[in-house]
Design a protein around this ligand. Structure first.
Ligand SMILES: [Fe+2]
Ligand SMILES: [Fe+2]
Length: 261
């Protein structure tokens, strides 16, 4: 099984680059399943039905989220109507879409999404339960569904929290990837148990920016220490992703490759 995972899509530049790259990668890399993090696709803040439909139309099987889901309050009741959208399973004020299963060619893949609680801001942390204990609950549900592969998008800031959760889950799932920082890490690896891992996939978002947002505004914020509204940059997007290949019999990862261009 070959899996493509694409980091946070940021705004229109991210969606445009996704449109260019995703159909080609699916074909040229013989991809069976594709996960895209869509939490910044609506102008850099959250996702709406329009962006969800667009990401699915380019060939994604699953769209994961993160802390940005709260930026679109009007979407709160809509999220659970989107069949391929994952909500972080450990958030407390929205329920549903804790996992999504897609079956193709007799292979069943289950994806789930969790948010970290370290360095994520006090308001946010207050609205999320412990990702370690929540992970075990979702994995049990996926086991009851007899999936062949279990894949986690852990949307978190702190590298230690990501690596600790990966160590905790390494014999329970097949692929663990991090999102949220928008900066791709060069630590892709396969654990001794066969679980593929990367601390952060990165983003598909505007280059020459600050995590996809206009650099002038970001600098001004740090310089003056005052609130200035962020705006998404319109620069052409960089493309960050990983491709993981699994042994179909053992379900262990054989290779993990980063894409950063
Ligand atoms: Fe993000
Ligand atoms: Fe995020």
């Amino acid at each position: 099984m070959r899996l493509l995972v694409i980091g946070d899509i940021v705004g229109r530049p991210g969606l445009d680059r996704l449109k260019e790259e995703l159909p080609l990668l699916l074909k040229n890399e013989n991809i069976d399943f594709c996960v895209v993090n869509g939490e910044n696709s609506a102008g850099g803040k959250g996702i709406k039905t329009k962006e969800y439909d667009e990401i699915i139309s380019y060939g994604a099987d699953f769209v994961t989220m993160g802390n940005h889901l709260y930026y679109r309050k009007d979407m709160a009741n809509v999220y659970i109507t989107l069949p391929r959208l994952l909500l972080p399973a450990n958030i407390t004020n929205l329920t549903g879409n804790n996992y999504v299963i897609v079956e193709k060619n007799n292979v069943k893949v289950g994806v789930f999404n969790l948010v970290g609680r370290a360095e994520m801001g006090d308001n946010f942390t207050a609205n999320a339960t412990n990702p370690f204990t929540e992970a075990i609950k979702v994995i049990e549900q996926l086991d009851n569904e007899n999936v062949d592969f279990k894949i986690l998008d852990f949307h978190a800031e702190a590298t230690a929290e990501k690596i600790a959760l990966a160590q905790y889950l390494k014999d329970k799932i097949n692929c663990f990837f991090g999102t949220h920082t928008h900066v791709q890490t060069a630590d892709e690896m396969i654990f001794d148990t066969g679980m593929a891992y990367i601390t952060d996939v990165g983003m598909v978002g505007p280059s020459d920016s600050v995590l996809g947002l206009k650099k002038e505004i970001a600098i001004e914020r740090f310089l003056t220490e005052k609130f200035i509204k962020y705006e998404c940059s319109s620069n052409k997007a960089i493309f960050n992703a990983i491709i993981v290949e699994f042994d179909d019999n053992t379900k262990k990862a054989i290779s993990i490759k980063r894409i950063n261009n």
